[in-house]
Design a protein around this ligand. Structure first.
Ligand code: HEC
Length: 100
């Protein structure tokens, strides 16, 4: 009985730090490159030009792959995407983590 509980717990402990780090990196990238126009986190709405990431994350059918592809293209007045593929992936993961 004990072991069946302990093993998933152990796996969780082993897996969590890496995932948390990616999300952290994604959030940092978002704050650096996106916060000028988008509300990045879950903070109280402020006036911004573009939709908050929470609203973007809530879009039905939006996948991480779609976001990554979008993020590697220029959009709005960001003439060139400043993001590398790894940045875009962490950032997409971060945006989707805001999904409720
Ligand atoms: C110069 C302002 C600006 C910056 C900087 C910016 N965006 Fe945007 N973004 C917009 C505008 C304007 C739109 C289109 C209108 C909207 O969806 O709010 C948009 C749309 C989007 C969409 C599509 C929303 C939808 O409904 O499909 C995503 C995803 C997105 N931005 C992500 C990002 C990410 C991630 C960053 C940081 C790398 C970023 N944006 C930086 C202005 C900006």
């Amino acid at each position: 009985m004990r072991r069946t509980i302990a093993l998933p717990m152990l796996l969780l402990l082993l897996l969590t730090p890496a995932a948390a780090e990616d999300l952290d990196h994604g959030r940092q990238v978002a704050e650096r490159w996106c916060a000028e126009c988008h509300v990045v986190g879950a903070e109280a709405p402020r006036f911004r030009r573009a939709r908050p990431f929470v609203a973007i994350a809530a879009k039905e059918g939006l996948t991480r792959e779609m976001l990554v592809r979008f993020l590697l293209l220029p959009h709005a007045t960001m003439a060139n995407s400043p993001l590398g593929a790894a940045d875009a992936d962490d950032l997409a993961g971060y945006i989707l983590s805001l999904r409720k």
